[in-house]
Design a protein around this ligand. Structure first.
Ligand code: ZN
Length: 244
């Protein structure tokens, strides 16, 4: 089975459409949250995710746009964009977002969390020590995470006392080993922060036991124009072209 894994779309419809096009045909799609916030097309992004995702969870920006967490936890630009995103949402999309959990078990092998299993909404899982601590919160071999907007992975081989972190090149195929556990961050579709402005996603092949990390070019200027039209903060518009 071919499963596309996406995260942190952040209302960037142009990037999401590029990812779906590049992904080709797939059996399932898992969405790791923060579908909205920051960007210019919240309803359209929720619409596409509702159409394609077999499992979806929520992130801190989704909850902020729904006014379910305190907007004071965000910097002024993010706050402004979250308020605007929340105002645009149709009642139907709002209702759907409100049903989403921040973590979800797929089966005995795979699980999803927006930030981390330990703190699904807020933890940025970036360091090996954090990954090691977080493995004790789950029983599955592979946990997909988002939130940091950095495409990366952690592997922990049985019998070893340390976790390895890797930053994959686009197109890198990871072969899952039976004696190893993983955290996999597919990166951010709509606002990458790893100095690569291309939209990021991953594809899990459950038959081959592989995960492929991908990047795809999209029309960044088009998203920036849409943001300018809606008077969204300049710093949020600019960062897209730098991938930060
Ligand atoms: Zn995010």
């Amino acid at each position: 089975m071919r499963i596309v894994v996406v995260s942190d779309i952040h209302s960037n419809l142009v990037a999401l459409e590029a990812v779906l096009l590049a992904a080709g045909s797939f059996d399932k799609l898992w969405c790791l949250g923060d579908t909205i916030g920051y960007g210019p097309r919240p309803n359209e992004c929720v619409e596409l995710i509702r159409q394609h995702a077999t499992v979806a969870i929520c992130g801190n920006h989704d909850l902020a746009c729904l006014a379910k967490i305190d907007l004071r936890d965000f910097n002024p630009d993010a706050r402004k964009a979250n308020i605007w995103n929340g105002e645009q949402l149709s009642a139907e999309h709002r209702e759907w977002l409100e049903t989403l959990p921040a973590a979800a078990d797929i089966d005995s092998r795979f699980t999803l969390a927006h930030g981390s299993p330990r703190e699904p909404i807020w933890e940025y899982l970036l360091m090996p020590e954090q990954a090691l601590a977080n493995f004790s919160y789950i029983s599955q071999q592979v946990c997909f995470i988002g939130h940091s907007h950095v495409q990366l992975g952690f592997s922990w081989r049985a019998g070893f006392d340390h976790v390895e972190r890797f930053l994959p090149e686009s197109g890198r195929i990871l072969q899952l080993a039976a004696d190893t556990r993983y955290f996999i961050n597919p990166g951010s579709v709509g606002q990458p922060r790893d100095q690569d402005p291309r939209a990021a996603y991953a594809v899990l092949d459950t038959v081959a036991g592989t995960i492929r990390y991908n990047r795809v070019e999209y029309d960044i200027a088009k998203t920036q124009r849409q943001m300018t039209e809606h008077n969204l903060p300049l710093a949020l518009i600019r960062r897209l072209q730098y991938g930060m």
